[in-house]
Design a protein around this ligand. Structure first.
Ligand SMILES: Nc1ncnc2c1ncn2[C@@H]1O[C@H](COP(=O)(O)OP(=O)(O)O)[C@@H](O)[C@H]1O
Ligand SMILES: [Mg+2]
Length: 298
């Protein structure tokens, strides 16, 4: 599978400014992480990808076929979990999937039953299949959302901020579910504003900011860019106030004489800093604060 996005632009009629500004991006098999702060344009891009909305300009090709001209055909291989996913409160878990399967065109009851069973197993909801969907826990609801996106074995699955509001256990479980799926020959696009969701399970990622694509590549390369720009310092209360003014502070822990602080900076010549290995969160902050800024000035 390959999705090619060319010069994609979206201007909302009532909005005025560009929600997406000339995006060029190629996405191949595996898990693809779409990271960006709120309002960056992630949901807009996803809605266009699943043909719910048309772009203002630009094109998308799926395996070389223009999305806009082959909507019907391409929809058949798409699964989508919207950001604001809701389901009818009256349905039981299995009934909801049965309903989704009917919508997807599975008319034969026996075939549908089998598909529903497969999906319940796949996302770990078989034991609660008779429970009302509205009574499921937050994590289970999200997994039910994934299950409905997987009806009919899609080749491209698009999930929009699926981990928002989940507790850490559920978040890990969810991530594991997605990365297990990504072992197949398919594209999974996961959008998030939470850096921790983009783990090593994403072989590629993109960073959107104010409608622009500001980074595309592996999480590792982003990490590499932050190397030698993440510091740990032990400082007094007074120095800490100074540091907060000047640098991007990632974390602080109280110490005997003040604070132990992790910060991101282009360079740091005072406070006797120790350089530490960047994690993806450091790298994200470094990139947003220093790399993009300098791009925009030049
Ligand atoms: N239906 C809409 N009408 C007008 N503006 C919109 C609409 N949906 C989103 N926007 C605007 O487009 C920009 C991108 O939004 P969105 O794609 O939802 O970003 P994200 O999903 O990254 O938070 C934001 O400035 C948002 O306010
Ligand atoms: Mg969104």
């Amino acid at each position: 599978m390959e999705i090619q996005i060319q010069e994609l632009t979206k201007i909302y009629r009532n909005g005025g400014q560009r929600a997406l500004n000339r995006i060029n991006l190629t996405i191949k098999d595996g898990m693809f992480g779409l990271l960006g702060p709120n309002g960056a344009g992630k949901s807009t891009l996803m809605r266009i990808l699943v043909t719910l909305m048309k772009p203002s300009a630009g094109n998308i090709y799926v395996n070389g076929k223009e999305l806009n001209k082959n909507r019907k055909e391409i929809r058949k291989i798409l699964g989508y979990l919207p950001q604001d996913f809701r389901f009818f409160a009256k349905y039981r878990t299995w009934e909801f999937l049965d309903y989704s399967a009917r919508l997807a065109g599975l008319k034969n009851k026996a075939v549908r039953n089998k598909e529903v069973e497969r999906l319940l197993e796949e996302v770990g909801l078989f034991d609660v299949r008779d429970r009302k969907a509205s009574r499921l826990s937050g994590g289970m609801k999200r997994r039910l959302g994934i299950a409905q996106a997987l009806v009919g074995d899609p080749k491209i699955v698009i999930v929009d901020e699926p981990t928002t509001g989940l507790d850490p256990d559920e978040r890990i479980r969810f991530r594991n579910l997605l990365s297990k799926m990504a072992e197949k020959e398919m594209i999974i696009i996961l959008s998030t504003h939470i850096v921790g969701d983009i783990s090593s399970t994403c072989n590629n990622m993109a960073l959107l900011n104010e409608g622009k694509l500001v980074y595309e590549g592996s999480p590792d390369r982003l990490l590499e860019m932050a190397r030698n720009h993440v510091f740990q310092v032990s400082v007094s209360h007074f120095e800490f106030e100074e540091i907060k003014e000047k640098y991007q502070v990632i974390s602080t822990i109280p110490s005997v004489n003040g604070w132990d602080v992790q910060l991101v900076a282009d360079r740091l010549d005072q406070y006797n800093p120790r350089v530490i290995e960047p994690n993806l969160e450091h790298a994200y902050v470094y990139f947003m604060e220093y790399v993009i800024q300098s791009h925009e000035q030049s």
